[in-house]
Design a protein around this ligand. Structure first.
Ligand code: PEP
Length: 249
C-alpha cells in the first residue's frame, strides 16, 4: 500500500506570528499519525518555517518556482534557492497560477524539471473547470496537463513526482468531487503514468485537492488511487488539518 501524504497549501496567507502558532499546534497534535505531512508556504516565510520545522516530521515546500535557473529575472525565485531553504516539495501548475498568471502546461512542465534538477519533488497540479467537466472533457484535460510534464520527464524520474488532481470547480468553493468521481480521474492519471514507467507509477502519490475537510477526508482518502490530499483552506486551521492527517489511518 502506498503511504499517504497530506500537504497544506497556505496560498498567500500567514504572518510570522500566525505561522508559529499554527505550526506549534500542528506539531503538538501529530502524535500517532500514520500519514506524512508537509506545508507549502509563501516564499518569504521559508526561512522561518525551516527554523521551526527542521528535525521534525513535518516537511515543507514552496508554492511556485521559476522555470529559469537564475540570473536576470526580476522577481523570480529559482529552484536552487528553494533547495537552499530545505524545501522537499514545490507546487507547480496550481490552477490559480494557470488562471491568474497565464501559466501554460509547457511552462508548468519546465518548472517541474527545474524542481527535479535540484533534488526536490514537484507537486504537479492538474484539474478541469466546471465547463470542461460538463462537456465530458475531464480526463482529456487533465491528461494533456500531465502529458506535458511526462513529455519532458525522463522515465527514471517518474517516481520522484507527486501529482495533485484538483478540479478547479472544487477549489475553495466548499464543493468537493465525490470519492467516486475523484477515484475515476486518479485511476486515469495512474494509467497515464504507467505508460511512461509502469513500475514507478505504482509508487507515485496522487493527491486529491478541492475542499477536502475533516467531514469528507476519510471517504476520499479511502479510495484506492487517492494517496493523500493537497489542502487549502483547512490547512490554515490546525485542528482541521490534523483531523485530515489522522483520517488516513
Ligand atoms: C488548493 O488550493 O490547493 C485547495 C485544495 O484549496 P481548498 O482546499 O481550499 O479547496
Amino acid at each position: 500500500m502506498r503511504p499517504k501524504l497530506i500537504v497544506g497549501n497556505w496560498k498567500m496567507n500567514g504572518s510570522r506570528t500566525v505561522n508559529a502558532a499554527l505550526l506549534a499546534e500542528i506539531a503538538a497534535g501529530l502524535k500517532g499519525a500514520k500519514a506524512s505531512c508537509a506545508v507549502c508556504v509563501p516564499a518569504p516565510y521559508l526561512h522561518q518555517v525551516e527554523e521551526l520545522l527542521k528535525g521534525s516530521s513535518i516537511a515543507w515546500g514552496a508554492q511556485d518556482v521559476s522555470a529559469y535557473e537564475g540570473g536576470a529575472y526580476t522577481g523570480e525565485v529559482c529552484a536552487k534557492m528553494l533547495g537552499d531553504f530545505g524545501c522537499r516539495y514545490v507546487i507547480v501548475g496550481h490552477s490559480e497560477r494557470r488562471a491568474y498568471h497565464g501559466e501554460s502546461s509547457e511552462l508548468v512542465a519546465r518548472k517541474a524539471m527545474a524542481v527535479l534538477k535540484e533534488g526536490m519533488s514537484p507537486i504537479v497540479c492538474v484539474g478541469e473547470t466546471l465547463a470542461q467537466r460538463e462537456a465530458g472533457q475531464t480526463v482529456e484535460v487533465v491528461g494533456a496537463q500531465l502529458g506535458a510534464v511526462l513529455e519532458l520527464l525522463p522515465a527514471d524520474a517518474v517516481e520522484k513526482i507527486v501529482v495533485a488532481y484538483e478540479p478547479v470547480w472544487a477549489i475553495g468553493t466548499g464543493k468537493n468531487a465525490t470519492p467516486a468521481m475523484a477515484q475515476e480521474v486518479h485511476a486515469a492519471l495512474r494509467g497515464q503514468l504507467r505508460s511512461r514507467n509502469a513500475e514507478a507509477a505504482e509508487g507515485v502519490a496522487i493527491l486529491y485537492g478541492g475542499s477536502m475537510k475533516p467531514e469528507n477526508a476519510r471517504e476520499l482518502l479511502g479510495q484506492p488511487d487517492i494517496d493523500g490530499g493537497l489542502i487549502g483552506g483547512a490547512a490554515l486551521k490546525a485542528q482541521d488539518f490534523l483531523a485530515i492527517i489522522h483520517a488516513t489511518q
